[in-house]
Design a binder for this molecule. Structure first.
Ligand code: TRP
Length: 455
């Protein structure tokens, strides 16, 4: 038996073997990645992995635009776990990104049996109301419905051509019995993720997708789909970088390949001249064009130049009539556990803290939560507790406690047996009370803004 991890975005369990996932799915670790003004989730390693975040950080550094796209499934109440994506979004917003949020009402209808009308109501009352309260700026955020942006559906449909059932089987573990809603939903999600770079939605720029790790299969799919449409690929070569020209049904005429396979030499010359022009426009002088092999080499370019060369060639592709889609970047947060120590889920209300919970029920849930303390006080005093599995401590770390120094203090105190399990719960209850009250107040103050988020 192989013990590979499979991530099922619709499943009810979730692996927490994060280093395993990084390795198996080719994610990049966030360790050692310097981000400006790191948020609580960055500082504590909760945002643990990414794909090509450097493209986004580079844009930010140069003062160039970048976008953020994420989505929500309108199928139940918003819980604390959902707020982590919004924390990520908020951070990107502070860094200057423009924000687009998809309400996955089509996915929710197809996979959860929620009507479009219900989905609309849930999105506004449960999610967007809390986004406003959590501090997203409605002037810089657009929320739309999948069912109402035909472009995302059209893109999804078009991109379907670039994949097949075998790939879905490999990525998602589908088989012959799989409901086709689970085939359609990822394609629409690919449309969600890619459409902000179309001209009418802001044009070519890096787009980052902040999500929980459960959504990575969709990113793998989408990144593959985008790359397969690209006319020009940039790869490492023995010396420097190499641009490869990818001839496809859609672009063969534009690239000078005639229907009978013969080459239109004049056209081909123009194409390669355009590539050379584009690359030299970036400041490279030593450029070796080899139309016969379909390649252009740039010996002096380094891996660091890849991003800018790619962007310039995507622009060229667009001018020549192609889609010029840049594969999305992404960042991933770990999952906070539910009150029992398992996955947090809207369908298990007793073990999940909702953003609309009243203080009494939050208190009750925290009191009953899984503890990392020892079974007797003497034992605890002697051996200490384990904050790594203590839900109350985890919630302080993930959600309620901003102050790193104080967090470290209670971590040590707990380990040393100075803080008892019940005391840790009380600390968490105090902070949770403050946090939930504050959020409820903000929800009242910002309720008039809800409509401004929708397109
Ligand atoms: N599938 C996501 C979920 O289950 C929702 C979603 C739809 C989404 N489109 C997206 C997430 C685009 C990120 C990006 O929660």
């Amino acid at each position: 038996m192989n013990d590979d991890v499979r991530i099922d975005p619709w499943g009810s369990s979730q692996s927490t073997d994060y280093s395993r996932m990084i390795e198996q799915f080719g994610l990049q670790s966030m360790e050692g990645v310097e981000v400006p003004s790191p948020s609580r989730l960055h500082r504590r390693g909760i945002i643990f992995a990414h794909r090509e975040l450097d493209l986004v950080l580079e844009s930010k550094r140069k003062g160039e635009p970048f976008g953020v796209l994420t989505g929500l499934m309108p199928s139940g109440k918003m819980h604390l776990g959902h707020s982590m994506v919004i924390d990520q979004v908020k951070w990107f917003q502070q860094q200057g990104g423009d924000i687009t949020i998809a309400v996955a009402d089509l996915e929710s209808t197809a996979t959860r049996g929620i009507s479009l009308a219900e989905g609309r109501k849930i999105a506004a009352e449960e999610y967007v109301a809390n986004y406003a309260a959590l501090g997203l700026d409605p002037q810089k955020t657009t929320v739309y419905f999948q069912s109402q942006r035909s472009i995302v559906q059209r893109l999804g449909f078009q991109l379907g051509k670039r994949t097949n059932l075998s790939e879905f089987e490999a990525i998602y573990g589908f088989d012959g019995a799989t409901n086709l809603a689970h085939v359609q939903a990822p394609l629409v999600q690919a449309g969600d993720i890619l459409h902000p770079q179309l001209e009418e939605y802001g044009g070519l720029r890096p787009i980052v997708v902040p999500v929980g790790i459960d959504q990575d299969p969709h990113l793998r799919l989408t990144r593959g789909l985008a790359s397969k449409t690209n006319w020009f690929n940039v790869n490492d070569a023995k010396m420097g970088l190499q641009v490869g020209v990818s001839v496809q049904d859609e672009n063969s005429a534009a690239l000078g390949v005639q229907p009978d396979g013969r080459i239109d030499k004049e056209r081909q010359k123009q194409v390669f001249a355009s590539i050379v022009d584009t690359v030299s426009g970036l400041g490279f002088s030593d450029i070796i064009s080899n139309p016969k092999h379909g390649t252009v080499n740039i010996p002096s370019a380094t891996t660091r130049d890849k991003g800018s060369i790619r962007m310039a060639l995507l622009s060229l592709e667009r001018k020549m009539g192609g889609m010029g889609l840049l594969a999305p970047s992404s960042t991933y947060h770990r999952f906070a556990v539910g009150m029992t120590g398992d996955k947090m889920s809207s369908s298990k209300p007793k073990t999940t803290l909702f953003l609309s919970d009243d203080i009494a029920s939050a208190e009750k849930k925290i009191k009953k939560s899984f503890s990392g303390g020892k079974s007797t006080i003497e034992e605890h005093r002697q051996l200490g507790g384990n904050p790594d599995i203590d839900v109350a401590y985890q919630y302080m770390m993930y959600f309620f406690e901003e102050d790193d120094a104080y967090l470290a203090e209670i971590n040590e105190g707990y380990r040393a047996g100075k803080i008892l399990a019940g005391e840790m719960k009380q600390l968490c209850i105090d902070r949770a009370t403050e946090w939930l009250n504050d959020l409820a107040e903000k929800r009242d103050e910002t309720s008039h803004m809800i409509n401004e988020f929708f397109e």
